[in-house]
Design a protein around this ligand. Sequence first.
Ligand SMILES: [Zn+2]
Length: 324
Amino acid sequence: MIFPWTHSQWHGLIQRAAEDRLPHALIFSGLEGLGKLKTATALAQYLFCESPINEQACNQCRACAQYNAGTHPDYNLIEPEEVGKQIKIDQIRALIDNFSLASHHNTHRIAIISPADAMNLSSANSLLKSLEEPPEKTLIILVTSRLSTLPATIKSRCQHIHFAPPGHDMAITWLNNQQFDSEHNISALLAMANGAPLKALSDLSSDLAELREQVFDKFCSIGLAEQSPLSLQNQQLKQGVTAPIQWIYSWVSDLIKMKVKQAQVIVNKDKLEQLQILAKKVELEGLFCYSDQLIDELRMHRAPLNSQMVMDELMLEWQRITSA
Ligand SMILES: [Zn+2]
């Protein structure tokens, strides 16, 4: 499936395939929820397809049938065996074995590794050999929303294709065309997902939207000196602090944009009014320091056990910056 915001990446890939200029290894990077994996799988099917039509796989030929049934012999989708777990070296070894066989249909042999950042060091090292001496007619696509965590040795051997969030209007139009209950505040969902439409769509079914409102109320009232920092409950943070910290980071980034007169490109358009008030309360320098602190915190991957403590510390710091 090709999304409206992935047209240029898709067209570029098809063009290169037509000219036989596809590299042996690609990295698809960008935020979660932009359709990177869907683009990778669509490309695999397209390359297998015996008679593509209008830059799309036909879905009718023998290769498409095998692909759709999950039995195409030249197709390898490598994912962690359980969500959130690592990709093991045995999985990469099995892939390398498959690559050493002759292609069954005289087309590409394709591997998609997703998320590529789930490979541990030994898996990555094992893959490296394939990237250094790629067998003929192979294509490895590494899909990641955490590009910075991939080893430099891997990154330097791949061509990079970046996926960016669509413009606000395109994203809202696309979301409005999906079938869901119209009670939802689409603009808020989109902001919560950092502009990534598919993430916004999957968040619809979670209770994250309500939590975001609670955290934002807290963020505002502390920023406006209306409330003491310590009152988000552990119960509210039972799913950990990653999402709340990402939201705060996104609000702080928007405040920075407002301070440097770039308010037209803010992500959290549903919070425009309150952010404008907050922007008057805080200095740019404090925002930059706080933003760095949030990034550090996101890198640490704290266990949910510490959630309340981490949040309390961040809110105290926010209070300090806004009352300076
Ligand atoms: Zn086909």
